[in-house]
Design a binder for this molecule. Structure first.
Ligand SMILES: [Fe+2]
Ligand SMILES: [Fe+2]
Length: 276
């Protein structure tokens, strides 16, 4: 029996780190991911007596805090577009087999945002909040373009035929994506945070790898990777803040919703493209 099953059956108690310390962790300066996001926008202090508040009141406070955060950031966000790139600068011959394979992989996992989007929207309704559904609309617009832009790069690169790439995308979509079905809003955020963070660092690794090549690199691909990485950073930010805001008012949900989700965590690529 694995750890997840033992936890499920109450046979194992995880030693939980103190909640505030875990959630107050700031990005490590050595991560070299710079952004202008306010990581202190929501903190866990300032709630005097949670018992005097009803569940509905606490839920409304979370929703107000998160919608305030979205008011601050969503208006200036826009999905990546084909016009953001000078495609004439493409140098696909400088993309070595390792980077090509990784790009094929991210093209695959980014090509079905709709199924995950439906699960996130449903999690928002299940949690009776509006912030997650509102974020999901923007999230899905951005994620769809991640897939579109990698597809475009491959088509223009002549490394594979359009027929080949579209067959791959169709195969990923046919496989479906069921992670997140039945999640509530806190489970969705607890899944989205590590998923977006891992995705972001995967892009970061690809950029580093490309730039280390002695033969130079494809500047268009590197710009695409950089733009996508930056959007994944914003996504992880919103999920992280969603976890903080929710746990501020519902600290007792940490064990079931957060820990349970993390123990069972699996990246989308395992499902979407298990042959990588
Ligand atoms: Fe993405
Ligand atoms: Fe993302």
């Amino acid at each position: 029996m694995g750890a997840a099953e033992r936890l499920e059956h109450g046979m194992m108690r995880l030693p939980l780190p103190p909640l505030p310390n875990l959630l107050r962790r700031k990005p490590n300066p050595e991560d070299h991911i710079t952004d202008d996001l306010d990581w202190n926008a929501i903190d866990l202090r300032g709630v005097e007596d949670l018992r005097s508040k009803s569940i509905e009141e606490k839920r409304a406070l979370v929703d107000t805090a998160m919608n305030g955060l979205l008011d601050r950031y969503l208006p200036r966000r826009r999905p990546i577009s084909f016009d953001d790139y000078d495609w004439n600068q493409m140098r696909p011959e400088k993309v070595d087999p390792v980077l090509r394979k990784s790009t094929w992989f991210v093209n695959s996992v980014e090509s079905n945002a709709q199924d995950a989007g439906a699960n996130i929207a449903s999690a928002s309704r299940k949690g009776k909040v509006t912030w997650l559904g509102r974020f999901e609309e923007k999230w899905e617009e951005e994620e769809i373009m991640h897939g579109q832009i990698f597809r475009e790069w491959f088509i223009k690169s002549d490394l594979v035929s359009q027929q080949e790439i579209d067959a791959q995308i169709q195969a990923v979509r046919d496989r479906g994506f069921r992670i997140g079905e039945g999640f509530n809003e806190l489970e969705a955020a607890s899944y989205g945070w590590p998923q977006e963070t891992t995705g972001m660092y995967f892009y970061k690794s690809m950029i580093n790898y490309a730039k280390q090549s002695e033969n130079g690199y494809d500047p268009v691909l590197v710009k695409i990777l950089t733009d996508v990485m930056s959007q994944e950073n914003f996504h992880r930010y919103v999920y992280f803040m969603g976890m903080k805001a929710t746990l501020k008012y519902f600290p007792q949900r940490f064990g079931k919703d957060v820990v349970h989700t993390l123990v069972n965590f699996q990246m989308p690529g395992h499902v979407k493209y298990p042959f990588f």
